[in-house]
Write a protein that binds this ligand. Structure first.
Ligand SMILES: [Zn+2]
Ligand SMILES: [Zn+2]
Length: 283
């Protein structure tokens, strides 16, 4: 895998690029814009130029808004489609290689199946409005309540709905979210089961991105927690090293979304790089 980090756009799009070089990464994930500040054409052009100079060869954009694309409330859905198409247009201007989306929740009294079909229609509409040419990656989530996309079966079904409408799409697998949904990625067997299941349900080529996060949450707790490598529940066992060494993902990006404290990205990167090396030399 190719390691990268989630860079903050808090100080602007251009500033996010400065995180890459000191860490020796050329892959970044960012949100499409800073809060309350939609970049104009000039800023986007500046970004593309600065990005080239910074050597950021791969850029992933993660959705900023909380989507209600599958909602039964047509007004909420309409608003979500507008936001999605705005973010997709920005991702296109930033020359992103893909866009990561959570499936969101289904409405009370509705079914996840019906919501999944609505979601696919909504994504198709936004993709066509924004003239997006890059893939939309659905991310697995911790789940709980009516949130969709925690179980691999459901995630694969949602992906299938996108594919049926001809939408270029794939999956993003988040280690902390998988753990919170109940998958035991701390052990080799658990990591193998998880990956084998994802590959057989969606096809290995659908898995286009990983989010590499440790977590403080209990397994199966459905709680959102991203924590530093070496300090969470996924770090004790051999599962993550096994996952990092899995064949077929050599050029797939793996993004750290661990907490931002001074020096933390460098430490977390060093940890996962060490894990990947250890596994390789142990073969
Ligand atoms: Zn996410
Ligand atoms: Zn994630």
């Amino acid at each position: 895998m190719i390691f990268g980090i989630h860079a903050s756009v808090r100080n602007g799009l251009l500033e996010s690029l400065s995180e890459s070089r000191p860490l020796g990464v050329s892959t970044l994930q960012i949100l499409p814009y800073r809060r309350h500040h939609i970049p104009g054409a000039e800023e986007l052009a500046q970004f593309r130029k600065a990005r080239e100079k910074a050597g950021v060869s791969r850029l992933i954009v993660h959705s900023r808004f909380v989507p209600s694309l599958g909602s039964g409330d047509s007004e909420r859905r309409r608003r979500s489609i507008e936001l999605l198409s705005q973010e997709l247009a920005l991702a296109g201007s930033l020359a992103a290689e893909c866009y990561v989306l959570h499936a969101g929740a289904y409405s009370t009294g509705d079914s996840p199946e019906a919501a999944g079909l609505r979601l696919a229609q909504a994504v198709r509409e936004a993709v066509s409005t924004a003239e997006a040419t890059f893939p939309i990656l659905l991310e697995n989530v911790p789940g709980g309540g009516r949130r969709m996309g925690a179980e691999l079966e459901e995630l694969a079904r949602l992906l299938e709905s996108l594919r049926r409408l001809g939408i270029s799409s794939g999956l993003c697998l988040d280690t902390a979210h998988a753990w919170a949904a109940g998958y035991d990625l701390s052990l080799e067997g658990g990591a193998d089961d998880f990956m084998s299941r994802a590959e057989s349900l969606a096809g290995a080529s659908a898995i286009r991105l990983f989010h590499l996060n440790d977590t403080l949450a209990e397994r199966g707790s459905r709680l959102e927690s991203h924590w530093h490598w070496g300090q969470g529940r996924l770090s004790g066992g051999t599962g993550i090293a096994f996952l990092l060494a899995r064949a077929g993902y050599e050029s797939v990006a793996a993004i750290l979304e661990t907490p931002k404290e001074p020096g933390a990205d460098a430490r977390n990167l060093a940890y996962v790089r060490r894990l990947a090396r250890k596994r390789e030399s142990g073969r």
